[in-house]
Design a binder for this molecule. Structure first.
Ligand code: DGL
Length: 291
């Protein structure tokens, strides 16, 4: 899909942020910190989370439906704040939608290389990655990292239990979380990479527990801050960066579970207002006029 002309976008339009669940609110938090004047429309596909154990085809189909909904709000940019979608469905999304789309994968990969090369300037070395099964199976991080530096390979571990544990509200100091992380991270602890990518937007919530389970020399890469910086650069280049501090956050979810408030505010770092419920069955039938 060719890009839309710049005059199609309005400076006061929201930044759309999309995730399979509520983990993408860690990216919202970073955007709000860096760009306090921007309004944000957040979409969490909470009825169908997790995506990480689903096929690439299903993830691409869900992502297309959710972005169709978000484009009705005429955003000036879309942030796919989900590693699983960024790793498995970006080519399809870029082909379908004419609004600029930014994923979380490249910014995280670039940061991991930067940290690693500060420590090991030359030769072969490894970056650690923890992510969902779908993200690891896609090898998308490996490809993104090889494109930037072919001396760096990725030592990856899929951690399928972490998203359900987080969405269940388990904290970093939970003994169950510690047990699961010890098992998942054992091989990475042995390698002691300079950088470990938290390759899922849910994981920053457990950063302290992850840090305790890997080597003390390993620096954790949370792609949220890196992604926010890319968003700012992109908006700047489009002349659509909004200054000021009066910004809104509107949340849309496909299921509002009992613990929405508690879990969402944990990711965002402050209370979240009432979300708007979107029926996942009807996303498909929404008008596509603004695509
Ligand atoms: N936040 C998503 C990601 O970054 C969660 C994965 C899932 O839905 O399984 O991959």
């Amino acid at each position: 899909m060719p890009g839309r002309p710049l005059h199609d976008f309005h400076i006061d339009a929201p930044i759309a942020v999309y995730d399979s669940g509520l983990g993408g609110l860690t990216v919202v938090r970073a955007i709000q910190r860096l760009l306090p004047g921007e309004s944000i429309a957040y979409f969490g596909d909470t009825a169908r989370v997790p995506y990480g154990n689903k096929s690439a085809r299903t993830v691409a189909q869900f992502a297309s439906q959710c972005l169709r909904f978000l484009t009705r709000l005429n955003p000036k940019i879309i942030v796919v704040a989900c590693n699983t979608v960024s790793a498995t469905a970006m080519p399809e999304l870029l082909a379908e939608f004419s609004t600029p789309i930014i994923g979380v994968l490249e910014p995280g990969a670039a940061a991991a290389i930067r940290i690693t090369r500060q420590k090991i300037p030359h030769g072969k070395c490894a970056v650690g990655l923890i992510a969902t099964e779908a993200t690891v199976a896609s090898r998308a991080y490996q490809m993104a990292i090889s494109r930037l530096d072919d001396g760096v390979h990725v030592a990856a571990r899929a951690c399928p239990l972490l998203v359900p544990l987080i969405e269940e509200g388990r904290e970093a100091d939970s003994p169950l979380v510690k047990l699961v992380l010890d098992e998942y991270l054992d091989p990475l602890r042995q390698i002691a990479p300079a950088a470990l990518i938290l390759g899922c937007t849910h994981y920053p919530i457990l950063a302290d527990a992850v840090a305790a389970a890997v080597s003390p020399d390993t620096i954790l890469i949370d792609s949220a801050g890196e992604t926010a910086a890319v968003v700012r650069k992109q908006l700047e280049s489009m002349g659509l960066l909004r200054s000021g501090t009066v910004a809104r956050l509107s949340c849309y979810v496909t299921d509002q579970g009992q613990r929405f408030e508690t879990i969402a505010s944990r990711f965002l770092g402050r209370p979240v207002g009432q979300p708007v419920w979107v029926d996942p069955e009807s996303i498909e039938t929404l008008t596509t006029e603004n695509r």
